[in-house]
Design a protein around this ligand. Structure first.
Ligand code: SOE
Length: 388
């Protein structure tokens, strides 16, 4: 019997538009137990030029009018891959139109907007997922199972550092991720959101924080083309400058609800040599776990009850039998990459359309994350601990 289909429209054609397009295209090919099959109907963009990729990415149509597409009766799912400031308007319109929603992180620029998105999605009775993709690394999923089974015992420390270096060059021009009105916050909301969510996913809820934030380069030349994080061009020889009004780096420490765990977080775009170094370390009474996205198929495990003569961090290749999602791809040891995490999250989202139990971060999880981000900004401004 032919599988039911869901018609998808994506809004946004740049980095996340590409990552999500790949996921919608590959999910049915690699996962043979999908309850519904996605149909890639429409890619929406801001300019005709950026939609030239749509056909190559697998989309049937293109549109410059996201609002018209969101209200089309033949569309079932809206996937929001735009700059952050557009997330609320699109998600609230989609919820009103009864469309299920996937939205990139961070959910919004402010906690107030994030809460409004959650309220609208719940009122619309639609499913909603926020794209905290690193949860879907097989290694991270296995680490969570180990922690939940008590294999690390009581958790003393959660330590995460998400370091990049794409704007260290003072000639890198002004892009939307460096303007508060477009992005909300800088490194904090972009990559700090990921490590905050990983803490929530792996260890527990951050309940109070203190922090320091810094903007190292305060003025940047206006860009010729702003395609977001990595590919903005121009600036050379231009004389027009604009002010960076968000953080280049945020460091914060926190306490975890109902636990004696200390959590430390570093989110920076000024760590030369760290391209996308998202690393997590968890230390407990029975052992420790280490993971780093730049070597994402592997995690390291230290078990205190190993015999003294063989104690040490063992390297586990999490693309072997028994680790989540790897069965869909290749035989043991044939590793996967960054883009597979998006296929995993889209797989879980599609499964969640038909199953009661959902296995992905919702807007509720995203609001929890946004509450921490807001408390971090307040703590940095007041130089005082803030409750989440
Ligand atoms: C830029 O920092 C960015 O594209 C993030 O926005 C993504 O969430 C991350 O996966 C890669 O880096």
């Amino acid at each position: 019997m032919a599988k039911k289909t869901v018609n998808v429209a994506i809004i946004g054609a740049n980095f996340m538009g590409k990552a999500h397009s790949n996921a919608w295209r590959k999910v049915d090919m690699f996962f043979n137990d999908l309850p519904v099959k996605p149909v890639m109907k429409v890619m929406c963009g801001k300019f005709k030029e950026e939609l030239e990729v749509a056909e190559r990415y697998g989309w049937q149509e293109t549109s410059l009018d996201w609002k018209e597409v969101v209200n089309r009766p033949d569309i079932d799912v809206i996937d929001i891959c735009t700059p952050n400031f557009l997330h609320p308007e699109i998600a609230i319109e989609a919820a009103k139109a009864g469309k299920h929603i996937v939205c990139e992180k961070p959910l919004a620029n402010t906690l107030k907007d994030a809460k409004a998105m959650l309220r609208a999605a719940d009122k619309g009775g639609v499913k909603h997922m926020c794209g905290f993709s690193y949860r879907f690394a097989p290694a991270v999923q296995t680490m969570r199972k180990m922690i939940q089974k008590g294999e690390l015992g009581d958790i003393f420390h959660f330590r995460a550092a998400y370091q990049q270096d794409w704007i260290v060059d003072p000639d890198f021009p002004m892009v939307w991720r460096l303007k508060k009105k477009h992005t909300g916050s800088g490194a904090l909301g972009d990559i700090g959101a990921h490590i905050t969510d990983l803490c929530h996913f792996l260890v527990g809820d951050v309940c109070e924080v203190t922090s320091a934030m810094e903007t190292f380069i305060k003025k940047r030349v206006v860009a010729d083309s702003d395609v977001g994080a990595w590919d903005a061009k121009g600036g050379k020889g231009k004389k027009k400058y604009d002010t960076v009004d968000v953080d280049d780096a945020a460091i914060f420490i926190g306490r975890i609800k109902d636990a004696n765990t200390l959590a430390s977080f570093e989110a920076t775009r000024f760590a030369p040599g760290r391209r996308n170094y998202n690393c997590v370390e968890i230390y407990g009474s029975k052992g420790s776990l280490l993971w780093n996205q730049e070597n994402m198929n592997q995690f390291e495990y230290f078990n205190r009850s190993d015999p003294d003569t063989v104690q040490g961090f063992r390297k586990v290749l999490a693309c072997d039998i028994g680790h989540p999602y790897v069965h869909a791809w290749w035989p043991p040891g044939h590793i996967i990459g960054y883009e597979h995490l998006f296929v995993h999250e889209i797989y879980e989202f599609l499964c969640g359309l038909k199953r009661k139990k959902i296995n992905y971060p919702t807007f509720e999880d995203a609001v929890k994350c946004q509450s921490v981000l807001e408390a971090v900004e307040k703590a940095a401004a007041t130089r005082r601990w803030q409750k989440v």
